[in-house]
Write a new protein. Structure first.
Lengths: 724, 325
């Protein structure tokens, strides 16, 4: 009787389980029905640290906030080379240069004549913020949640716990408020020091605001909210409700690119006042975690430990899919949605996935719409043809998976510390030594072994797609490569040995010791995974008879060495902020030396001609004159060889057939609005690919029963026998 | 017993002070406040002024252990060690270095850890005891021999193998449960199955062997011989006498780990994407977030001390011969 009751309960539970799973794969990580609609599913591997646009400066954070915040400008989704177009702005900014006497100058006025530049921006009227409690008003017109009463706070754990939301129109003042936030030191904006060099009055504002902040804190004011509207910044002016002006010192043509970055997104002052109220920060309800924007999406679930959910902003002002693009895009169907209103998806779910293996398997099961390719799964996904072209394996093609590749606007290089007495300096000996090493370190081999072919050998610091980059024979670095049979080939090692001999190190021997020349390679790659790579570096220099000593350390110590200039050879990389050669050449501009000024010039390279050309080049518009200067700068770098140029990484990404309008864009992060998902196709694929396989469980049960039988027999036999 | 508990709690104070000081020293041997600032400010365009401002904002601008520029007691109190430690003993963990409230995070993240750890412990205990009893029952037989061999083999395999193998077999090949992830409320159950099963299977080897040893020790005692001499059947002896007496070390072994269930499993949570306290700690270490690391180590030490105290108390409950004086 009791046994039958248990059996009944088990069968009831089993039926309930199967009923609950009906129509949904058992291994589906989402709730029933979640995958059917226009929802985008993806993952993130690292918890975002800051979602405040004044502070956030990493791609994993921008993946979220770029869908929420709208700077005045954006990059065209399809156009290449990358081009800026208006976003909330009515048109591209009007740029006016003024001379030292205050007179208006022409657009091509020499930089030396320009005292200051005005950027005048006009935004479109009628743009509204997402629904947000900070903008909620009571019937009497007062803020619903300011000031907050303690009883209200007790009921709140998330932003969504505030029942009332409101909105208001975007105004020019919101952009100016955000620029002031960049200068406000408690916000720790990473571009504050850069902007202080350019925006008029920025540094003075920062100082004044800091003093006001300290005074407020010392007075123990609750909330400690400093209304930045009450402090003026000389370079900012609100022309009218929809127009504003930013005054830049001298000429800084690259400033326009910053206007397409999240740093320059609008911020309603009400949001900062709302979040500064006592008690909210203790519940992690602050601007760092709950963005407020005018973009196509809003962050409705912010659980960085589990998942982030973006939902369509009901107040979004609307935007049409681009109608123009390269012919290849038309052929590939990227213009099929031309002129249609965006966004195409209603919801985007990003799940925290720290490990590569589960992430990859869930992509193959159809639970993520797109995926990168890790080293472990590369061979499973990609194969190379006889001409070196990458294509998908049969297994991927059978699933309808598609591959997108793009050379990133990044450079990975190995540098020489120019302050080092052996490899640095501008002596002929050191120059020849650097050139010889630059030939010997075979980055084509590096790309093949350690990057699975995902990279393009660099001949200069400028990646493809950046103005000044030269392809083909024109772009070959004659110091390290020769043009042969239609491609750049690395020079023979004998050329490097000859240079080494000329440098005074015949066969890699140090004349002072008579033994092999000993050089040091500093790296933060200290883990066991890096051993093969470090061994590879050693072998490259062994070809010249030079002994390379690896000084592997943690990243903190590595940074210290770089800051103190005690390294000799090192590797580093740079990911472009904007598509302009200035953003790469400044890495080698003398006054940016890491030791001297803690700047980004890690090699501490200093060359008077290069520095002079840099100052001229950075202010010029793209054109033949600029190209000529860039060619000369590249030539100097090749001859001086402060860097072994390394390679430009190539991004390989995969997406399923139901995920459309997927074109890699290495500058823009706000591309979610262009994407389209066919939810029905995904649901049927998920069902087909994830049918539960039950027979092994039955087989396991049979094996267990069969193996237990002798034990049962033994048990009975023991029971029947008498204890000893 | 009350006096004993109070005494033990007082003993705990110097231990916690020591743990806190040791964590502090170990952390700052590897990371300087400048390193922490650079890590939090990112890799691009970090200026010396920004580093200084970050340190000031987060209270890392003072000397670490001794302030030579101060006088008297201020030499010790006007330091990072003192200022960062004082509130810890009031269980005020403050904010993480990235600005999140640590107490709030802990209160949110302990539930997923418990959701995995509690069933793993309870079901694992039942499975291990069952297997151990089986082996003890068939002691010195081929089943016992091969069972022990299997246990040793299972003990020798890395827990990472069980995790990846479990994900591959159950989640990918058989498509029975999600490979990884988590959900809130009752929706969490299907994400718990695999980590719990993997946790149980991974502990069978060591658990079964340990409990088998305990049972065999009991089996050879005089009272068991007396029971058999009375003519009791073997299963009656095993379940009625051996199991009950062997439960004393089992129980005390379990009680000591009970408080630590809150802390979660570092590896399991990371691989299965469980947003518990284990992955919280690992993340904090990777991100050089000293505030979280210090809070979690302190919390771990407190829970461990509580576990030891509970163990002592549980002794008095299961063994009347033990008195806490």
């Amino acid at each position: 009787m009791r046994g039958s009751r248990i059996l009944h309960a088990i069968s009831w539970l089993g039926m309930a389980f199967l009923a609950g799973c009906e129509g949904q794969a058992w291994n589906d990580p989402y709730r029933a029905g979640a995958s059917a609609g226009p929802v985008f599913f993806s993952s993130f591997s690292e918890r975002p640290k800051h979602l405040d646009p004044a502070r956030s400066y990493s791609s994993n954070e921008w993946a979220f906030i770029s869908q929420v915040y709208e700077p005045p400008l954006q990059y065209h989704f399809l156009a290449r080379p990358y081009a800026l177009v208006p976003q909330t702005a009515a048109r591209l900014p009007e740029i006016r240069h003024y001379g030292h006497d205050g007179s208006l100058l022409s657009a091509d006025a020499p930089a030396a004549d320009v005292a200051y530049t005005d950027y005048i921006l006009r935004i479109r009227p009628g743009i509204r913020y997402q629904p947000h409690p900070a903008l909620a008003l009571r019937d009497d017109g007062n803020p619903a949640y300011w000031p907050l009463v303690p009883e209200m706070l007790d009921r709140v754990n998330r932003l969504s716990d505030f029942p009332l939301t409101g909105t208001r129109e975007l105004t020019a003042a919101d952009y100016l408020y955000q620029i002031k936030r960049l200068a406000y030191s408690p916000n720790h904006s990473p571009i504050a020091s850069l902007m202080a060099e350019h925006i008029r009055g920025f540094a003075d504002f920062a100082e004044y605001a800091k003093a006001a902040h300290d005074a407020l804190r010392d007075n123990g004011e609750p909330g400690q909210w400093l209304d930045l509207r009450s402090i003026d910044m000389a370079g900012l002016e609100e022309i009218d409700r929809y127009a504003f002006r930013i005054r830049i010192e001298r000429k800084y043509p690259q400033f326009i690119f910053w206007l397409a970055m999240n740093f320059f997104s609008p911020m309603p002052w009400e949001a900062e006042r709302f979040y500064s109220q006592p008690g909210l920060d203790d519940k992690n309800i602050n601007l760092n975690w709950y963005p407020i924007g005018t973009g196509p999406f809003m962050l409705t679930e912010n659980n960085p430990n589990l998942r982030m959910v973006l939902e369509r902003n009901p107040n979004f002002h609307g935007e049409l899919y681009p109608t123009e693009g390269p012919e290849q895009d038309r052929r590939e169907g990227l213009l099929d949605d031309a002129g249609k209103p965006m966004p195409f998806i209603e919801r985007a779910v990003y799940a925290l996935e720290k490990e590569a293996i589960p992430r990859w398997n869930k992509f193959l099961q159809g639970y993520y719409d797109n995926s990168g390719i890790g080293s472990d799964s590369f061979d499973q996904a990609v194969q190379f043809g006889s001409a070196g072209e990458a294509s998908l394996t049969d297994a991927m093609r059978e699933k309808g998976i598609q591959l997108s590749t793009a050379v990133e606007t990044s450079v990975f290089y190995a540098g020489f510390n120019m302050l080092d007495p052996v490899v640095g300096g501008d002596s002929e000996r050191a120059r020849l030594l650097r050139q010889a090493i630059a030939i010997a370190v075979d980055f084509e081999e590096f790309i093949s072994i350690f990057r699975n072919g995902r990279g393009e050998s660099a001949q200069s610091p400028l990646p493809p797609g950046i103005f000044g980059h030269r392809d083909g024979e024109q772009g070959v670095n004659p110091v390290t490569h020769v043009w042969r049979n239609g491609s750049a080939r690395r020079r023979d090692i004998s050329d490097a040995r000859r240079l080494l001999e000329q440098a005074g190190y015949p066969e890699g021997r140090d004349p002072k010791t008579g033994g092999p020349l000993i050089l040091y390679y500093d790296t933060p790659a200290a883990g066991p995974d890096s051993k093969a790579m470090l061994q590879w570096y050693r072998k490259q220099l062994e070809k010249l008879g030079i002994e390379l000593v690896i000084r592997a350390t943690d990243y903190n110590r590595f940074q210290d060495k770089m800051l103190k200039g005690t390294s000799q050879i090192f590797s580093w990389g740079w990911n472009a902020d904007y598509p302009d050669p200035e953003n790469f050449f400044f890495l080698l501009y003398g006054p940016n030396g890491k030791v001297e000024s803690k700047g980004e010039n890690a090699a501490n390279f200093k060359n008077a001609e290069f520095d002079r050309l840099f100052l001229t080049m950075k202010d010029l518009p793209n054109g033949s004159e600029r190209q000529k200067i860039i060619d000369r700068m590249v030539e100097i770098l090749r001859q001086e060889s402060p860097w072994m140029f390394g390679f430009f990484p190539k991004a390989f990404s995969l997406h399923h057939a139901w995920f459309q309008n997927s074109k890699p864009h290495l500058m823009a992060n706000n591309t979610l609005k262009y994407k389209r998902v066919d939810g029905a196709a995904r649901a049927s694929a998920q069902e087909a690919w994830n049918r539960p396989v039950l027979w092994p469980l039955g087989a396991l049960a049979v094996v267990l029963i069969v193996s237990i039988l002798p034990a049962i027999r033994g048990f009975i036999a023991r029971e029947r026998s008498r204890a000893l | 017993m009350t006096a004993y508990i109070v005494r033990r709690m007082l003993y705990a104070l110097p231990i916690l002070l020591g743990v806190n000081a040791l964590t502090f020293v170990l952390f700052f041997v590897v990371n300087s406040p400048d390193d922490m600032a650079r890590m939090h400010l990112g890799n691009k365009r970090v200026t010396a002024e920004a580093v200084q401002a970050w340190k000031q904002e987060h209270g890392y601008e003072k000397p670490l252990l001794i302030n030579h520029s101060a006088q008297g007691a201020d030499m010790l109190t006007d330091t990072i060690l003192y200022e960062k430690s004082l509130r810890l003993f009031l269980f005020d963990f403050g904010q993480s270095d990235s600005g999140r409230d640590i107490s709030h995070d802990i209160s949110q993240r302990m539930w997923p850890s418990l959701a995995i750890a509690v069933p793993t412990l309870l079901v694992g205990l039942a499975v291990n005891i069952t297997f151990a009893l089986l082996l003890a029952f068939f002691r010195a037989s081929y089943l016992d021999f091969w069972g022990v061999v299997l246990c040793v083999a299972m003990m020798s395999i890395s827990s990472l193998f069980y995790i990846i193998g479990g994900q591959f077999l159950v989640g990918k090949l058989l498509n029975l449960v999600p490979i990884s992830g988590y959900d809130t409320g009752l929706h969490a159950w299907k994400f718990m199955v695999l980590p719990v099963v993997v946790g149980i299977v991974g502990s069978i080897g060591s658990g079964t062997r340990w409990y088998r040893t305990l049972f065999l020790e009991e089996i050879h005692r005089d009272y068991v011989r007396s029971a058999r001499a009375k003519g009791l059947s073997e299963h009656w002896v095993l379940f009625r006498h051996v199991l009950r007496n062997a439960l004393i070390p089992i129980l005390t072994g379990v009680v000591v780990v009970l408080p630590l269930l809150f802390i979660g499993s570092l590896l399991t949570e990371s691989f299965f994407g469980i947003p518990g306290l284990g992955s919280y700690t690992i993340d904090a270490i990777n991100r050089q977030d000293f505030a979280i690391v210090r809070a979690m180590v302190f919390l771990g030490a407190v829970l461990y001390i509580i576990g030891l105290l509970l163990t002592d108390i549980s002794y008095t409950m299961v063994d009347p011969r033990v008195r806490l004086d």
